[in-house]
Ligand binder design. Structure first.
Ligand code: B12
Ligand code: SF4
Length: 443
């Protein structure tokens, strides 16, 4: 229950409206499939576009036939489509948009509306489709939008931000709104999908971002912001300018963001505190340098621990993402991660078992051993396993071990001995489970 609206769709909506196209957004977060069907039947839109990522894929595949029954053409975009374009076309999509959607849709939609039956689209960059003879066509790559400041802000009025804030406040007492200050990340972490923006980085100016925040504050009065950038502190010069700009306007809204440990130094931590950062998430991933290097994370375990101290010393909470089950991870690497978590004491950490997303270097590395536990349509890349990796059950136990050991340590340090004992027992049960399942493999 920390929902955010789909920013990509809201960007597409504002862009297309500015170009004079009639667009409406169906945001499914608080709605049902029946609401969508009713809308389809009422409006019968000539073109329906869907945002496809690992989470929306199955719903999209379920709704495509309904769109076709209503006489709508189906266009798909988002991070999951570039590497599965043919599969999506085989499951009923008419056209796939690869990369940023704004300019591609601006050219594509009028063409589809004017000639719905035609698939003569080779001059529109950023597409994949089957031509009239059934041949798979991929057009030239779409150039990235050079000036993000020239783009309109996301069309938040096209969805119900009030419903999002109400959901947040009902559950957490505070309401949050998301925005992005940049697009793309130039780093090369092996498991990360950069299928939309590539390995590029473009950013908006400090004044342009502050204008958007001013608008968000005036219109929606959130208690918090979520900067959904890949690496919020990637550019220290931007951060300082942005903090100055916000100060000048008397704007200070608490926020959460994600960054990288080596992009945090004392000056950056001071600026984050000045801006109102309440929690910063770090992709810490592992306490084993061997595993971090294999992931091409380009960061050291010590840098993560140092950044955590710098941030917590300024009252900023630290959240960490931890990944289990990466290539060649041994028991000693898991032990190193527990040790790292005890030393750095993040305020919260979340664990994921590594999964190879198609198109990533990790996927390429393990390809051949990738196992899909069902048909392509019934599964997503989140379900992909590796032939000789330890079983899911093993990693469930490893999670229990990790969370129990780290919590036990923290309780012990704080003198909460009963809770420390309980957590340590839970860790022991996890460790035992690992021993009992260490012979199991995924498939
Ligand atoms: C913020 C974020 C989150 C947030 C909030 C999500 C939200 N509702 O806003 C949280 C933390 C909850 C989250 C969770 C997860 N996320 Co996430 N997330 C992001 C992140 C960092 C930013 C998304 C964003 O706003 N981008 C900015 C907009 C402008 O870009 P965009 O959405 O891609 O839209 C553009 C194009 O894709 C295209 N487009 C989009 N839709 C459409 C539709 C049509 C019809 C067309 C033509 C074009 C088009 O045009 C848009 C404008 O140019 C992205 C990485 C990234 N930088 O995009 C990952 C990312 C989307 N997440 C990802 C993943 C894997 C997840 C999780 C599954 C992780 C997990 N293990 O649990 C969960 C799933 C949660 C869920 N229910 O969806 C992957 C998706 C990979 C994939 N192949 O699908 C990404 C790409 C990260 C990565 N690099 O691997 N995520
Ligand atoms: S995980 Fe983060 S830092 Fe690494 S490539 Fe992806 S977005 Fe960039």
């Amino acid at each position: 229950m920390k929902p955010y609206p789909p920013l990509g769709l809201l960007y597409l909506s504002s862009h297309l409206k500015r170009r004079g196209l009639a667009v409406s957004v169906f945001d499914g977060t608080f709605k049902s499939a029946a609401d969508f069907t009713a809308l389809l039947e009422r409006e019968r839109p000539p073109v329906v576009g869907f945002y496809c990522n690992l989470m929306t894929k199955r719903t999209v595949l379920r709704l495509i036939p309904e769109c076709r029954r209503a006489g709508s053409l189906v266009v798909l975009g988002g991070p999951d489509v570039p590497h599965y374009a043919e599969d999506y076309l085989d499951h009923g999509a008419d056209v796939i948009v690869i990369g940023e959607g704004e300019r591609t849709l601006e050219e594509l939609v009028p063409r589809l509306v004017a000639r719905p039956g035609s698939r003569d689209l080779p001059d529109i960059a950023g597409l994949a489709y089957r031509d009239e003879s059934g041949r798979f066509v991929r057009t030239a790559p779409r150039a990235l939008i050079p000036d993000l400041d020239a783009q309109p802000f996301p069309d938040r009025e096209a969805t119900d931000i009030g419903a999002y804030l109400a959901a947040w406040r009902g559950r957490h007492g505070t309401g949050s709104v998301s925005l992005v200050t940049a697009r793309g990340c130039p780093y090369t972490c092996t498991w990360c999908s950069r299928s939309v923006f590539g390995e590029t980085h473009r950013r908006r100016s400090a004044a342009n971002v502050a204008d958007e925040v001013q608008l968000i504050v005036d219109r929606y009065r959130p208690d918090m912001l979520w900067y959904a950038d890949d690496v919020f502190t990637i550019h220290p010069g931007f951060l300082t300018k942005y903090a100055d700009e916000m100060d000048r306007r008397g704007l200070r809204v608490p926020f959460e963001c994600i960054s990288r440990a080596e992009r945090i130094n004392p000056a950056v931590a001071d600026t984050l505190a000045r801006l109102g950062c309440h929690r910063l998430w770090i992709g810490s991933e592992s306490g084993s340098q061997k595993v971090l290097d294999a992931m091409d994370r380009r960061v050291t375990v010590e840098q993560v621990q140092h950044a955590t101290r710098l941030l917590q010393g300024r009252g900023i909470q630290v959240g960490m993402f931890i990944m289990l089950g990466y290539e060649n991870e041994e028991l000693s690497d898991l032990e190193a991660t527990i040790d790292h978590l005890k030393r750095s004491a993040p305020d919260v950490f979340l664990t994921t078992v590594a999964y190879p997303i198609k198109g990533t270097p990790y996927y390429e590395r393990v390809n051949g051993r990738v196992r899909r536990p069902g048909s392509w349509a019934a599964t997503t890349d989140r379900d992909l396993g590796l032939a000789d990796r330890r079983s899911r059950r093993y990693y469930q136990h490893a999670r229990r071990w990790m969370t129990g050991a780290v919590a036990g340590h923290a309780h012990w340090q704080a003198g909460r001995y009963l809770r420390a004992a309980r957590a340590t027992l839970s860790a022991g049960a996890g460790r035992l489970g690992m021993a009992l399942t260490s012979h199991e493999r995924e498939s």
